[in-house]
Design a protein around this ligand. Sequence first.
Ligand code: ZN
Ligand code: ZN
Length: 343
Amino acid sequence: MDAARLHEYTDEMSMAFSFEELPRPEPERSDDIVVRIEAAGWCHTDNHIVHGDFEGVADINLPHTPGHENAGTVESVGDEVTAVDPGDEVVLHPALTCGTCRSCRLGEEMYCDEHVFCGMDTDGGFAEYMRTSERSAVQLTNVDPVEAAPHADAGLTAYRAVKRARANLVPGDTVLAIGVGGLGHIGIQLLDELTAATIIAADIKDEALALADSADHTVNLRDEEISELVDTVTDEHGIDAILDFVGSDETLDLGLSLLKQGGDHYVVGYGGHVTAPAQAMVGLEINYCGTLCGSFTELQELMSLVEDGQIDVRTVEYPLAEINDVAAKLEDGEIQGRAVLKP
Ligand SMILES: [Zn+2]
Ligand SMILES: [Zn+2]
């Protein structure tokens, strides 16, 4: 099979991948499945992988096939697989987990003692076929794999962040979503779907803000003073929760200046540093909360919304052969919504 391979870490996205003919994976364990990949979302994490930012953090062995947002058709199954059959269309949770540790028993797969992340610790979906476990598969009934793939991570991560924020958001509250990209444009729809809060969407590009139609207010951080809008919308009370899909130094700083006392800043995107003075954090009693992907049951919940047609993900399709162009485009912020690669 054809696979896009990263042979060495580089800052040159347009030359990162080369194509190799590899043996098609087969089920190894009795609960393995092999999926013919029909759609694999390109995530900003893949840019971090290419840069080498996960060296020492994840178990990446070069050469490596990334791709952790996968959907396709089950091709073959191990002897004891009962959850899916060959021919079933599925979207794949990115984690391979043990199922028996305490975190798995609590439904927190991302904390599993034996956690393996497909497309990082193992070869992922930027190839024609990928091996995973039957426990990772959510069946699709009326959603196209291209529409489903971005939900395996972008949608799921946004869903978990919104679900956590929702616990503290009541009618009359105001939530600020920063970054209307692959995650943000889904997150804003989920905020609209799951909360009664007033939604402000912020980005630095008008083309991105055009994807925020579920927001009550939009603000271009390059052209407008966000504090003025927040004062007007909240009657100078401040924001109750920030969903930070960017996670840069600049956006992380906004928590201190825009949150009301007791507010929460959910850190979803990453790259920057939280440098809040402890005195201000104590005085304002604000919380910075990291949020990591989501659990299998959260993917089921999200896909139930997607199957019902409640979430409209903006995808741009590319053949897998154009992976280097996609990597470069996302690095330069030139993709609106989610890029999906088709092997
Ligand atoms: Zn991702
Ligand atoms: Zn486990």
